[in-house]
Ligand binder design. Sequence first.
Ligand SMILES: NC(=O)c1ccc[n+]([C@@H]2O[C@H](COP(=O)([O-])OP(=O)(O)OC[C@H]3O[C@@H](n4cnc5c(N)ncnc54)[C@H](OP(=O)(O)O)[C@@H]3O)[C@@H](O)[C@H]2O)c1
Length: 213
Amino acid sequence: MFIDPDQRDIFSGASTRRGGVDTKLTSCSELPSICRSLPSCHVHRQTEICRTFMIIGIVAVDRNGAIGKGGKLPWHYSADMKFFKATTTGHACVMGYRTWQTLKNPLPNRLNIVLSRSSEIEPQDSVILLRDVEAVLSLAKDLESNLFVIGGEQLYRSFLPYIEKWIVTEVPLTIEGADAFVPENYLEGFTKSDSKHIDEQLTVSFYDRTKAM
Ligand SMILES: NC(=O)c1ccc[n+]([C@@H]2O[C@H](COP(=O)([O-])OP(=O)(O)OC[C@H]3O[C@@H](n4cnc5c(N)ncnc54)[C@H](OP(=O)(O)O)[C@@H]3O)[C@@H](O)[C@H]2O)c1
């Protein structure tokens, strides 16, 4: 991320929280990679104060970008389930109402944010129902955790402009009759930063946003 040294003053006095302790930001090198306030930041060009945590899309896709069929995940890989759990535990997860309906229970040890324009859900611990993307973004500003966008298709589309990192499990299948997909251009403006095998069949790749939409 490029930051014009002349703009660093904007951050004098700004603080972030690390381990629950307020910490002064003294130089741009200390900023998280999601600087939102520097007009000269070539990545974001936004005007809010810097936020410590990220909005991260996490998805498993087949060779053609399919993510679902008949309202369900068209595969079951326990390694991916474990990876998803380890990655998202302790954070907030936002999901569309249809994806919420596929869960038997709220995801444990995570804040479950369900997005729906009109559906209702029973009030329960660690579940919040919100009506639009703006409400989620507003809540995310006050979270002391990452916000994972966990699907499905409509949710990925709605949050695409705000996602700062993608974590993508590459599923070595071609699902016939799939009816839910990641947006075609979802990795546009992102650069692969890492990848790793989580079992003999599955690779997870990590992508960081390097260009604004
Ligand atoms: N492979 C993966 O990683 C993965 C991950 C998650 C899900 N999936 C799959 O994806 C499929 C579901 O995807 P989907 O697109 O059909 O459903 P979805 O995105 O899970 O949920 C859609 C619903 O969410 C609400 N919603 C969506 N965008 C909204 C917005 N901007 N504002 C307010 N509410 C909004 C609406 O609920 P209301 O109609 O109630 O208003 C909408 O009908 C399933 O097959 C599931 O298994 C795959």
